[in-house]
Ligand binder design. Structure first.
Ligand SMILES: [Zn+2]
Length: 282
């Protein structure tokens, strides 16, 4: 059992709203104490190394194979299946800690008239490979066999897929911490029920550890996937995993699927794995 501190963050203002102490065991997380910090007390940009460490649930089991999605969540005890009532299909998994806090967030949202639904959760290397290679085959259709041998054409196909989908080994969905909510469609989140849902998640999600990863590209996020208003990460675990990935994952390790040869040319780790909102990169 480990005792750790847990900061929740308001994504918009990049401010720490509250500080809690969490007692973690293999089944659940309990918030034991909460005190309030004002915006001026702490901000992500001002966080010290100790502060950053304090938001992380220490996971001693993490290694490069895990970060690259090389495991089976259906038989891995760190994962739990998501009940059908919370998802749009059967058989999706999340890390137990992330699911416990998602459930709290789900109930709070429900009480506010917001219906959260998980439309994608953990995808391991194999399932990401299926998605990637299906999109690769689709993108390759318009080129001749000769053209498909050129690095320029291969890079063009990969970059098109990378607007919204990750290369196997580089997806945050490998980690069991990231979820897609409600609709894979930015437009849906701009009005009516979608806008209400988006606003709620932006204002309340960080209280449960969830923040948007792929915010609008610009000064704050210069490279990577297009904006995804549906993709949220569970920061208490993924903060640790992104730091691990930054240190240990490199473009030359990305192999084992069609188009993997483009990873180095695209500088995939720097531009995509690390091309995320500052709120989730500590
Ligand atoms: Zn996603």
């Amino acid at each position: 059992m480990a005792i750790i501190k847990f900061f929740t963050m308001n994504y918009y203002s990049f401010s720490i709203l509250s500080l809690g102490i969490i007692i973690l065991n293999s089944q659940c997380i309990q918030v034991k104490d909460v005190k309030t910090a004002t915006n001026s007390d702490l901000s992500i940009s001002k966080m010290s190394k100790e502060d950053i460490n304090s938001i992380i649930i220490q996971d001693e089991s993490v290694d490069l194979a895990y970060i690259m999605g090389k495991f089976d969540p259906t038989i891995d005890e760190r994962f739990t299946i998501i009940p059908d009532s919370l998802a749009n299909r059967k058989g999706m998994y999340l890390r137990k800690e992330a699911f416990a806090d998602f459930l709290k967030m789900y109930k709070a949202a429900k009480a506010d008239g917001i219906n959260l639904q998980i439309v994608s959760a953990t995808r391991n290397f194999e399932s990401q490979k299926q998605i990637w290679e299906r999109k690769w085959a689709d993108g390759a259709k318009k080129y001749s066999d000769e053209e498909l041998k050129t690095s320029q054409v291969r890079k063009t196909i990969a970059l098109k897929i990378l607007e919204y989908s990750s290369m196997p080994s580089t997806s945050r969905h490998h980690w069991g911490t990231d979820i897609d909510l409600n609709r894979l469609n930015n437009e849906w989140f701009l009005k009516d029920e979608g806008l209400k849902t988006y606003k709620w998640l932006q204002e309340q999600g960080s209280k449960y550890g969830f923040v948007q990863v792929y915010t609008a590209k610009g000064d704050e996020r210069k490279t990577g996937y297009n904006e995804e208003k549906w993709h949220y990460t569970y920061l208490p675990l993924s903060s640790q995993y992104i730091r691990f990935a930054k240190k240990h994952l490199s473009d030359d390790k990305i192999t084992g699927f069609e188009g993997a040869d483009t990873a180095k040319d695209i500088v995939i780790v720097k531009n995509y794995v690390l091309g995320i909102s500052k709120a989730c990169f500590q």
